[in-house]
Design a protein around this ligand. Sequence first.
Ligand code: NAI
Ligand code: GUE
Length: 334
Amino acid sequence: MSAPTDKPPSSCKVMLSKNVANHLLSEVHEGLKTLEKPPHLVGLLANNDPAALMYAQMTQKTCEENGFKYTMRQVSRDDIEQAILNANTDHNVDGIIVYYPIFGTRQDQYLQQIVDVTKDVEGLSHRYIFNMYQNIRFLDGEAKRQKSILPCTPLANIKILEYLNIYNTILPYGNRLFGHTICVVNRSEVVGRPLAALLANDGACVYSVDITGVQKFTRGEGLQKKTHEVVDLEGKTLKDVVPLCDVVITGVPSDKYKFDTSLLREGAVCVNFSSEKNFPHEVRDKASLFVPSIGKVTIVVLLRNLLRLIQNKRMDDVKPAEATERPGTLEARS
Ligand SMILES: NC(=O)C1=CN([C@@H]2O[C@H](COP(=O)(O)OP(=O)(O)OC[C@H]3O[C@@H](n4cnc5c(N)ncnc54)[C@H](O)[C@@H]3O)[C@@H](O)[C@H]2O)C=CC1
Ligand SMILES: Nc1nc(=O)c2c([nH]1)NC[C@@H]1CN(c3ccc(C(=O)N[C@@H](CCC(=O)O)C(=O)O)cc3)C=[N+]21
């Protein structure tokens, strides 16, 4: 008689986001060494959302443990616009994060657009979002010295896939997901849709699933296009696309939701970015790798973005001097 405990051990490797976060932190520490003073991040909290407060506190802790300065400013909804404008012009502030939702309406998008683009650590400014969807990776064209800023949670998912070696580094940068088929369950404007676009821009075939339906994001046959295209898959559901996928990423904000793991391909890689546990325990019987949450990586990506803003600003500051003192050097380098 075999007792339930005789079940063979699962072959699934559970990868905690802490491992990926620590790996990225070493890169952040290298960047910090080049600065004279600790970067200063300001968090503006103007809602009563416990998730936002928790995220702010976790960010503060990570900042303080890693040589960054973090200040939380709690303000009322009525004062948030002025608080953003003040932080924009404060020379002691390098980066600004505003916690959403605040109004839960288009007013939130308005607030996203008034954060100074040189302090926008979350990459929510129009210029960064445009670059992301258009697959424009640099702010300075062919010079390619100033990297554009990508939104933190989508980028955290990408850093996880890089860490898991889903990205094939033998392929050229920009095509490293070629051959992978990825399902993203969530198509919100802040995470799911940008994530699907980024993965497709890197060469994957992406099925983006939301309650409104399924869309396919690709760069076309043989990656012929420079940026992704999107098609609606009328009548298709999660059930049709998940069996095709070697990677499944979930972000459903509900504790009731559980992903149907019987749909998974044997050995699929599963990542959950929702703060709820979207995968049931049985995911371990099917998946080769499982990442249950990614929050710690998101925060390190935020710090990495802050360093990038400072580096980009530094290059902007030296440009005019170089141009007047040594004409032609900029062209010569690019
Ligand atoms: N770990 C991290 O770094 C971060 C995690 N989050 C978490 O990710 C989750 C999603 O966040 P947002 O995208 O901002 O939320 P959101 O509420 O803006 O969007 C959720 C999307 O999921 C869709 N959805 C709901 N049920 C679904 C279902 N059964 N199948 C497919 N799609 C479904 C909704 O229609 C909506 O488009 C939340 O749990 C949030 O806390 C958000 C930001 C950062
Ligand atoms: N402008 C803005 N950007 C955001 O990214 C943003 C926001 N506003 N408002 C609030 C939500 C919420 N959010 C979370 C991030 C990480 C975890 C997180 O780290 N969760 C832990 C679990 C923590 C626990 O449950 O103990 C983890 O994934 O390991 C949770 C929630 C970001 N948000």
